[in-house]
Design a binder for this molecule. Sequence first.
Ligand SMILES: *Cc1c(COP(=O)(O)O)cnc(C)c1O
Length: 416
Amino acid sequence: MTTTTREDCLARDRADPLAPLRDAFDLPEGVIYLDGNSLGARPRAALERAAAVVAREWGQDLIRSWNTAGWFEMPARLGDRLAPLVGARQGEVVVTDTTSLNLFKVLASALAMQERADPQRRVIVTERSNFPTDIYMAEGLAAWLDRGYRLLLVDSPDELPAAIGADCAVLMLTHVNYRTGYQHDMAALTRLAHERGTLAVWDLAHSAGAVPVDLHAANADFAVGCTYKYLNGGPGAPAFAWVPQRHQAAFSHPLSGWWSHASPFAMAPSFAPGQGIRRALCGTQPVVSLALVECGLEIFERTSMEALRAKSLALTDLFIDLVEARCAGHPLELVTPRAHDRRGSQVSFTHPHGYAVMQSLIARGVIGDYREPRIMRFGFTPLYTRFADVWDAVAILKDILDREDYDITAARGAVT
Ligand SMILES: *Cc1c(COP(=O)(O)O)cnc(C)c1O
């Protein structure tokens, strides 16, 4: 039973060394935003940056901006800025395309590399609870290759060691589960994969900017991730792909567009792959959206993932304690791990009327989201979430549950 009061939460905010970072964001009055895991809040700087790109770079400088404003180099330049957040080195990350497309590229390359090393391997191991697009992209690639590749979906992380057999080509996992917030042990699973001759592909959609990640320490093979979630890049902002230097020469994928060509403006009639991480590119990027990613990354450079992680765990611990103490008696069930090293930066509770309760919360300014089945998801972004926000969110949740102030017949929006 927690004895925390709202005063205690306010005191923690006053003592919080990260508190000033909230000023870097423009959050609407009266909103407690607990959905930065799905769409990060807007950095203040993004408005001015967007205006500069549209009015000056596009409007005035026109096509010259590909050179003068560095548009052409932006995927690699942003990749270098993002790299420290995931334990990548310079020249190993590009910001480009979508997570789905980047996963397709790295998975295609991993399968091709395995095909050359050991053609008997035909299995891609992942989790049934993985984010659906990851499963769909792997299914699509396997079916399209039509060479006997198949997916093996496990139902629990405990089943992974037995699933990674001599027929396994690639272990493809999302580091932090989007629904439950469960965090895998990346280093241990990658080591196991390598012991069994398997390549390890990691999706960092719910990890980059949320939890410390060290791809090199884990010796991972490939990684992809989002910039519009914890990295605050903006709606639909391009994703990222990581190819470590040791795999860059062998890296190849079927989306061999002109941006991955060795010399795009030679306009050669035949494809020749470029050097280094540029190989992970395909075609022309959405420059306005791409430019805004930098505004989010700049904010991370004012702190460290270690400091952010400490606050993230304090926020999620507080939320769990307060919900369990103050909403006791209601049919809420925690599905996020209590163990710190297994937890991402979100907390999920199931409730039989999870969707309706979440709609009530949103109507009262507490914005989280809902995922099937019955899961209410609350993301805690330490850059801008205050301890008092956690207190207030739980107070509103308690009021809604105590008074059964939710409409179980409400129609659902297209996005939940
Ligand atoms: C959010 C998310 C995606 C999103 O993919 P897009 O192609 O950017 O829509 C993919 N994978 C995981 C694990 C995610 O959490």
